[in-house]
Design a protein around this ligand. Structure first.
Ligand code: PLP
Length: 396
């Protein structure tokens, strides 16, 4: 495989690569030493100078991170807020939309993340609104043309999980954007599995809101997420709550910020944000297109192997596939497959219905095993993972 980056160095700079084989980058990836150092250096500064005192000199560096993460998705820094998790970011934007009323409609992709769905379902049930699933093509991907025919004046939101949690599908989020932009309906994208894995350009996607956690393919720390809100869309979102950063009182009047930080808490952890910044800079230096190419080769290699094994079924939908390889083993629950691999020092994920309920139910699946591949993985690792799965499946 031709490599544009120095894999040996990148792996040596990742403590987790020495510990075992990590194929759970869609759950949370392995941070690099530079990410750990960025966090640790700042924590030490907080301990020495006092946390509030350290923060005074951190302000402009935090803005550098905002610029670096904005550049990752083609946004302006003022369109980025830092939050603690993907779901918190999504919920902050959703709850800031005008309240739903009876008869309103929300249209969602079939692979919508379960947490987003629960948030929408709860709000819809209280208002007498309804959630409708956008039809899919035969290959399981979203059908943007079918979506066009569903739009009417009662649609309040279209929400799409771009790369689902339960498999390698890459939905055509830009095609959805083209349909929606014409209709002027708010469009939210859950890019949790896309950030750091595939190129993201919010203008090309045509979305109003996009969010992603930092800990997945980007290799940032847990407890970080970015929320993008398109500048022109911002006035349509009123945060459910404010604090002294997002909406300070000036002369008795609340002044809600006019940038995405209207969703950011005044109290965030600079150490985590610096870790996120180090990860974002590393990804940009490597090049997301090169990362995508390498992941594609490795993940498709794994799929090719799995397809040849008796008792193993690859469960990925779609044609152009991501680094998330989903599969089932006849007669062995995914959680057991995960445990059997963990005994061999190989980490993978296992998803049940709650992460992607609409899709799992539509396909009659109750669990899938999920091996997610990073550019950090190697071909020999893919072979060892494949052999281990074949061995587990043989014993089924
Ligand atoms: C597509 C997708 N959306 C949302 C989430 C939830 O993100 P968080 O756990 O940061 O709230 C996940 C987590 O795996 C995910 O895969």
């Amino acid at each position: 495989m031709s490599d544009v980056f120095d894999l040996e160095r990148l792996r040596a700079d990742t403590p987790g690569c020495a510990a075992g084989m990590h194929f759970n980058h869609s759950g949370a990836s392995l941070p690099s030493q530079s990410t750990l150092t960025a966090m640790w250096d700042y924590l030490r500064k907080e301990a020495n100078d006092g946390p509030m005192e350290a923060a005074n000199s951190a302000t402009s560096l935090l803005e550098d991170v905002r610029a670096d993460t904005a550049a990752l998705i083609g946004a302006k820094p003022s369109e980025i807020a830092f939050l603690g998790s993907g779901s918190t970011a999504w919920g902050a934007a959703f709850s800031a939309l005008p309240p739903l009323v009876a008869g309103d409609r929300i249209l969602v992709g079939r692979q919508e993340w379960g947490g987003n769905l629960a948030t929408m379902q709860d709000a819809a049930a209280r208002a007498g609104a309804r959630i409708e699933t956008i039809p899919v093509h035969e290959d399981g991907s979203i059908d943007a043309e079918a979506l066009a025919s569903m739009i009417d004046e009662r649609v309040r939101l279209v929400s799409l999980t771009w790369l689902p949690a339960n498999g390698g599908l890459i939905n055509d989020a830009a095609a959805v954007g083209r349909v929606i932009r014409a209709a002027g309906v708010p469009y939210f994208i859950d890019a949790g599995q896309a950030l750091g894995q595939i190129p993201i350009d919010v203008a090309a996607l045509g979305c109003d809101v996009l969010k992603a956690a930092g800990r997945k393919f980007l290799r940032g720390p847990r407890g970080t997420a970015i929320l993008y809100v398109r500048q022109e869309f911002l006035p349509r979102l009123t945060p459910r709550y404010l604090d002294v950063l997002s909406g300070p009182m000036v002369d008795g009047v609340v002044k809600i910020r006019n940038d995405a930080r209207r969703f950011e808490a005044g109290e965030i952890s600079p150490a985590l944000i610096f870790g996120l910044g180090a990860a974002a800079r590393q990804a940009r230096t490597l090049g997301i297109a090169a990362i995508r190419d390498r992941i594609k080769i490795l993940a498709n290699g794994l799929r090719d192997n799995l397809r040849n094994f008796p008792n193993v079924t690859v469960r990925d939908l779609g044609i152009e596939l991501s680094g998330i390889v989903s599969f089932t083993v006849e007669g062995i629950p995914a959680t057991q497959v995960r445990a059997a691999l963990a005994e061999r020092q190989i980490a993978i994920g296992a998803n049940g219905v709650p992460y992607t309920p609409l899709d799992m139910i539509a396909r009659g699946l109750d669990q899938i095993a999920r091996a997610s591949v990073s550019y950090l993985n190697t071909l020999p690792e893919i072979d060892r993972l494949s052999e281990a799965i074949a061995d587990i499946a043989r014993r089924a």
